[in-house]
Design a protein around this ligand. Structure first.
Ligand code: UDP
Length: 254
């Protein structure tokens, strides 16, 4: 196999140059990190599951017209995506109080918010992804007012759709993080959804028991991380080809 050029390595994913111009290969690792990289471990099979879960959710979003970077899954751990210029803003959508908003505002975890709330953080590990306002985004030119409008609309649309999808499989979508990028197609530029949507960047609670089916199991040392991710995949109807026994996936990445 020819050696591919590594374009970027993040905490949970690696991006390689794609087979055609304007494409990248997104490789999902088993590495898990929390608290801005202070806590590190590996969760066997996580990359395989996130690859599948993100594929499924991006495909469903494509079906309802939410443009995103996903092209097709290549294998157990890799997917082909459109190359975008990432907008350095993390968009957090919340339906229920959990995580940082509870400490920040003294809210009780688990209380439904009066309405869906969109927050923004500046994407910077160095600064620990600080919370920012829309004004910062436009003042510093991270996105134009028009792009921000588009991002806000898309985020709320994704939230409405995913809330329904997860409710249908007995899961409460508590909150999640999205990233967007600029996709250049000839003379046209479009803001599209990028990154991934998986239990790594969503809080997913069982509707009946409130059991956590997401990365909080890792963050809070609750155990059963891979079992929780598997349960999400199972309910979505997308367990990997070989079933739960086949979660290792290929480790050869080049
Ligand atoms: N999140 C993420 N990456 C980040 C920060 C947050 O994917 O760098 C997700 C997180 O998994 C959760 C939501 O965004 O679903 C809200 O996270 P929060 O601000 O509560 O931060 P946390 O408590 O995870 O530090």
């Amino acid at each position: 196999m020819t050696r591919r050029r590594r374009v970027y390595e993040g905490k949970a994913k690696v991006l390689f140059e794609g087979p055609e111009p304007g494409t990248l290969v997104q490789y999902f690792k088993d590495d898990a990190t929390a608290f801005n990289g202070e806590k590190k471990s590996t969760v066997t099979g996580k990359g395989v599951l996130n690859n599948r879960i993100s594929e499924h959710l991006m495909n469903r979003l494509t079906e309802i017209g939410v443009q995103n970077h996903f092209i097709r899954r290549l294998n157990m751990r890799e997917q082909l995506i459109k190359e975008v210029e990432i907008i350095p803003v993390e968009v957090i959508v919340r339906n229920v109080a959990a995580g940082s908003i509870c400490t920040r505002l003294g809210l009780k975890e688990g209380n439904a918010l009066p309405r869906s709330l969109v927050e923004f953080c500046y994407k910077s590990d160095e600064l620990n992804d600080p919370l920012i306002a829309e004004e910062h985004i436009t003042t510093f030119g991270w996105a134009t007012p028009r792009e921000l409008d588009e991002i806000m609309n898309m985020s709320l649309r994704v939230n409405d759709f995913l809330c329904g999808l997860f409710t249908g499989i007995g899961i409460r979508l508590v909150d999640f993080k999205l990233e967007f990028g600029r996709y250049f197609n000839g003379d046209e530029m479009q803001v599209i959804l990028a990154d991934e949507i998986s239990p790594d960047n969503c809080r997913l609670w069982d509707l009946e028991t409130n059991e956590k089916l997401d990365k909080d199991r890792f963050r809070r040392d609750l155990g059963g991380v891979e079992a929780a991710y598997q349960e999400v995949a199972r309910r979505l109807g997308i367990m990997p080809e070989g079933g739960p026994g086949d979660l290792k996936g290929s480790t050869a990445i080049q």
